[in-house]
Ligand binder design. Structure first.
Ligand code: SF4
Length: 349
């Protein structure tokens, strides 16, 4: 990942999971673009002959955080931790079960259809698989122009100029506007997805594993592009990924998710240098380190992540935690601020 420029500033320091108001963001302001409060998404599980409700999948189970303008919050965790469901619930691509999502001061969760359409202009998504998210029957120009037409934000005669500018901004040539998605490389397709997401000049982009399907060298280019675009437009990013190296490079702050809950949230430097939650410590210990002299102790976690249909009692991590105590099996730890801008949910802290 060497070509990727890392974040120099530990921006957003002091912005805890639920108490970030007032903390200075990367842009130097104190404005939260996104506030997520106790967000839950439970999917019903049906069983038996009559297909009666037999339980719930607790995919997202009460997460809270804020993201400021110009800030990237990385959301990490193993597959099945609820990261992607959280992203979709925030954008209301699926309806949350409970909690609140506030975008620039307006409640997304309770917005009626006509307001939701206006709010959707301000929040866009970049998907993991750009090929699946782009209509193969449309030219690249039509794909990027579509949101501009749908929302009528620019006069018809100006749409082409706007599309040309967007292509240029994401590093695609004007000639490629006539191509179809299958004629682009993976990295170019992701640039196209980014151009489409930027067309409506959103305030927030939720990027769900946006580089995990790309080669490492191309990953670096797309990450650098996202960082440049963020700086230019003061965009807020929720960057969802299982790849800790990628998250370390692009994020200002990082939230670690386990079985639908955030277990640790702090700035990038603290998370990677002084992780406090045993799950974060285990995740980091398993990540490859480029320095061959590094003697980092590997923490092997027992078993797979448990099913979110029947999560363990007490601390959901107790079945795998190397530091488990008797009370962890019965008592769920609450998120606590243990230092400025460092929140952890663990009885040890
Ligand atoms: S609360 Fe207990 S089981 Fe959970 S992470 Fe902390 S020590 Fe481990």
């Amino acid at each position: 990942m060497s070509p990727v420029r890392g974040r120099e500033a530990s921006a957003g320091a002091g912005a805890g999971a639920a108490g970030a108001a007032g903390a200075n963001g990367p842009g130097g302001g104190a404005r939260s673009v996104l506030e997520v409060r106790d967000l839950k998404k439970h999917f019903p599980v049906h069983g038996g002959l009559l297909r009666r409700r037999a339980g719930s999948v607790f995919a997202v189970d009460g997460i809270s955080f804020e993201i400021q303008a110009g800030e990237t919050l990385g959301l990490v965790g193993e597959s099945g931790s609820g990261k992607s469901t959280a992203g979709k619930s925030i954008l209301r691509l699926i309806d949350p079960t409970a909690g609140q999502v506030v975008l620039n001061g307006e409640d997304v969760t309770r917005a009626p259809a006509h307001r939701l359409r206006a709010l959707r202009r301000q929040m866009q998504m970049v998907f993991q698989d750009p090929y699946a998210s782009l209509n193969p029957r449309l030219s690249a120009e039509t794909i990027v122009a579509e949101p501009l037409r749908n929302y009528g934000v620019v006069a018809k005669r100006e749409i082409r100029d706007r599309v040309v500018a967007l292509f240029e901004r994401v590093g695609l040539t004007g000639e490629s506007m006539v191509k179809y998605p299958h004629e682009f490389s993976g990295g170019q397709r992701q640039r196209l997805g980014v151009a489409r997401a930027l067309a409506l000049e959103p305030a927030l982009i939720v990027a769900d594993e946006p580089v995990s399907a790309l080669d490492v060298s191309v990953q670096a280019q797309v990450l650098n592009l996202l960082m440049d675009l963020q700086q230019d437009a003061n965009l807020a990013f929720l960057f969802i990924s299982h790849d800790l190296a990628v998250v370390e490079h692009i994020s200002h702050r990082v939230a670690v998710m386990y079985l639908g809950k955030i277990v640790e949230l702090t700035d990038r430097r603290k998370l990677f240098e002084e992780p406090l939650h045993p799950y974060t410590q285990a995740l980091l210990s398993a990540a490859p380190v480029p320095d061959p002299r590094s003697r980092r102790r590997r923490i092997i976690l027992k078993g797979d992540i448990p099913s979110p249909i029947n999560p363990p009692s007490g601390c959901a991590f107790h079945t795998r935690c190397p530091m488990v105590e008797p009370r962890c099996r019965t008592e769920a730890p609450v998120m606590r601020t243990v230092a400025a801008g460092h929140d952890v949910a663990c009885h040890l802290h």
